[in-house]
Structures are given as structure tokens and as C-alpha cells.
Design a protein around this ligand. Structure first.
Ligand code: ATP
Ligand code: MG
Length: 368
């Protein structure tokens, strides 16, 4: 999820009456809004084009195109389609206000102004706009997840169907075992994809609900290594754990072990040759703990590294002994690290004689 810089909401006031602009501007500036002023319809359109306001206050009666006409033009602009437009009007102009609603106006501010009412209406419409944008963004993300899910699930499922079609021709037990093994691999692969998507969705839904706690780094690494012990042993890869026993990090423990550490360590195992090693170390710098996981495996190209956090890109490769994966491990790792308020960076080289990958995680720490 991209983090946009936080800035005060921008409000464009278009009114030819100096006094109105002054009163409204003062009240809204006091609330922390950024105010831009136009004194007629044409200027309002020009300015809106330049600054893309979050909300527009439009006088109904203005020279240079009346408020209604200006509203129509603003609404026709792609970037302003969803920006609320509020009319400024006296009671006597109620008929115009009704026309204003017809051309896309969201509300009106009655003259003479009551500052509390003005602030309340502006605030409500800005909040509604932000909420709508959030929902739209979430919808788009869900859409993308569903798309990826369908696309990626089709590989193992088609594979399983292919094997099933051949089952009739199986003659010996030996052959049957081989076929069942293909089915098992396909089913595991499909399940892996579903599990990853489920985790990503859960994390998106429950943003900021992770319970961050202070945990001992050496202990969580030991727990993680226990889980992958057999895999490392089978591939004859030595893992050197060089973590200071006094280092504590602030994370959500279960996800840190099961999603972050296990995925990073599994990647290192998967892409290293038998007999290789993995180094894990930690250091402390200005209240931050830096963790490095280094392998001497096949490494990654610059292009692969560039796409590694993008779920829509194919990055998944088979491991050095044919191990499979989904390609969603790293996007998930980064999501979690972001939630902990940490940073993740990767360096990798495929060069002969100097190949391998180093993952650095920086996490908020707490004194022992
Ligand atoms: N340590 C590494 N060494 C070499 N390549 C790596 C390493 N870590 C990741 N990659 C590359 O990035 C790809 C994506 O990694 P990621 O963890 O996101 O998915 P995956 O490992 O393929 O699948 P999963 O994590 O679901 O098992 C890998 O398939 C591999 O091509
Ligand atoms: Mg992985």
C-alpha cells in the first residue's frame, strides 16, 4: 500500500464577495485546512486544474460564469469528478441551490454564515470523500487479489486434471505412486496459494490491529529455526545464528516467526545448493535493530529483484532441488515489516564466485 505524504486538505473558495472569502477563509484556516481563493468562475476552474482541491465552496452568483455553470464544468473534469462541491447561497437563492444539486453539488452553506455549521458541513463532506476513496482502493485491491488467485490457481488445477486423465492408463503400483505424487504436489501448490492469499487479505482487513510486543530476537530465531530444521538438514545447509541475546524487537510474534522469518529462511534454503550455509546476524544502531540474513545461493537478477514485492509479476522460480512456491512470500513479508514500523531491503548478486542474497530488516527496538 503506498503511503501518501500527509498534507492538510485543500479547499478552493470561489466567491466574488471579498467579505465572504475573508470570513470563510479565517474559519477554515483555523481548522487546519489549506485555503485557495478564486474570485470568479473562470479563475476557479483554472485554479482547480492546478491544485486539485479536496473540496470546493462555490458562490451561486458570480461574474464570469455563474456558480451552476462553474459547477458543471468542474464536475466534467476527470480529477474533480468526486470532489464535493458546496454552494454558498442566501435563503432567497434556494431555487438556484436546487439546480445546483441537479448538476452535481453536494450541499450548500447558507448565508449569513454560522461558523460551526460551516465547519461541520465541510468536515462531513471531506470525511465522506476520504471514506469513499478508501473503499474504492480496497475494492481495487480485492479485485487484484481475486485476479491473481484465479490466474495462479489454474496452473496446479490444470496439472491435477491432466494427471487424473492419465489415471486409466496406470498399470503398476510403481506408476500409481508416481501419479499420486504428482497429484500431491499439485494439491499442495494450490493450497499454498490459497493460504498466502488468505493471509494477505487478513492483514489488509485488520490493518493496525496487530498486537506489537517486545520479544527477544534470539528466542524467535530459535523458534523459527526449529520449524525449518529438517528442511535445512535434508539439504545439508548449515545455519549460523549470530544474534545478540540482549537484542529485543517490537513485533507481532506469530507473524514475525511464521510469515517473515520462515519465508526468508525458506527462500535462502530453497535457492542455495546443498552444502552451502546461511548467516544470521543482528546489530543495534540508534534504537533500531538491524537483522541480516545472508545466503550464498543462486542470487537474483536486478529485474527479478525489482519485481519481488509486486504480486502481479511472476517472480517464482523452482529451488535448486525443484522446490516450489507461490511468489507471494516476499509481498507478505514486506506488508508485515511495514506494519511493525520497520524497513526491508535486499541486495543480491548472480555473479559467479560472488553470488548470494542478503536481506536486511530494520526494526524498532527496546532496551533489554
Ligand atoms: N534468497 C533468495 N535467493 C534467490 N532468489 C530468491 C531469494 N528469495 C527470493 N528469491 C526469488 O524471488 C521469488 C519470490 O520469492 P517469494 O518468497 O515471494 O516467493 P516463493 O518463495 O517463490 O514462494 P513462497 O514464498 O510462497 O514459497 C523466488 O521464487 C525467487 O525467484
Ligand atoms: Mg518464499
Amino acid at each position: 500500500m503506498s503511503m501518501e505524504p500527509v498534507r492538510p486538505p485543500r479547499i478552493l473558495i470561489a466567491d466574488d464577495t471579498q467579505k465572504n472569502v475573508q470570513v470563510i477563509g479565517t474559519v477554515l484556516r483555523r481548522e487546519g485546512y489549506q485555503i485557495n481563493v478564486a474570485s470568479n468562475g473562470e479563475q476557479a476552474i483554472e485554479l482547480a486544474n492546478k491544485i486539485t482541491p479536496d473540496l470546493v465552496l462555490l458562490d451561486i452568483m458570480m461574474p464570469g460564469g455563474d456558480g451552476i455553470e462553474t459547477c458543471q464544468k468542474l464536475k466534467a473534469m476527470k480529477e474533480l469528478e468526486k470532489v464535493p462541491i458546496l454552494f454558498i447561497s442566501a435563503k432567497s437563492e434556494l431555487e438556484d441551490v436546487l439546480r445546483g444539486f441537479q448538476v452535481g453539488g453536494s450541499d450548500y452553506i447558507p448565508k449569513p454564515f454560522n461558523s460551526q455549521e460551516l465547519v461541520a458541513r465541510v468536515k462531513t463532506h471531506l470525511e465522506n470523500k476520504l471514506y469513499r476513496e478508501l473503499i474504492e482502493k480496497q475494492n481495487a485491491e480485492h479485485q487484484e487479489l481475486i485476479h491473481i488467485l484465479c490466474h495462479d490457481l489454474s496452473n496446479p488445477v490444470v496439472g491435477i486434471m491432466g494427471v487424473l486423465e492419465l489415471l486409466d492408463e496406470v498399470k503398476t503400483l510403481e506408476e500409481a505412486k508416481k501419479f499420486f505424487n504428482y497429484l500431491k504436489i499439485g494439491a499442495e501448490n494450490a493450497f499454498g496459494i490459497i493460504e498466502m492469499i488468505r493471509k494477505i487479505q487478513l492483514l489488509d482487513e485488520r490493518q493496525n490491529s496487530l498486537e506489537l510486543k517486545r520479544v527477544n530476537l534470539l528466542e524467535v530465531f530459535r523458534e523459527g529455526l526449529n520449524i525449518i530444521y529438517l528442511r535445512a538438514k535434508k539439504k545439508n545447509i548449515k545455519i549460523n545464528l549470530n544474534v545478540d541475546e540482549n537484542h529485543y524487537v517490537i513485533v507481532e510474534k506469530t507473524s514475525f516467526i511464521n510469515s517473515v522469518l520462515i519465508n526468508l529462511l525458506t527462500n535462502s534454503l530453497k535457492f542455495s545448493d546443498s552444502g552451502s550455509s546461511i548467516e544470521i546476524s543482528s546489530s543495534m544502531e540508534n534504537d533500531k535493530i538491524k537483522i541480516k540474513i545472508t545466503d550464498f545461493g543462486i542470487g537474483m537478477s536486478a529485474k527479478l529483484l525489482e519485481n519481488i514485492f509486486d504480486m502481479a509479476q511472476e517472480t517464482s522460480r523452482k529451488g535448486t532441488e525443484g522446490e516450489t512456491g507461490t511468489g507471494y512470500g516476499m509481498p507478505l513479508v514486506r506488508k508485515f515489516i511495514n506494519q511493525y514500523g520497520g524497513k526491508l531491503s535486499i541486495e543480491s548478486s548472480e555473479e559467479q564466485g560472488d553470488h548470494g542474497t542478503e536481506v536486511t530488516i530494520e526494526l524498532p527496538s527496546s532496551e533489554s
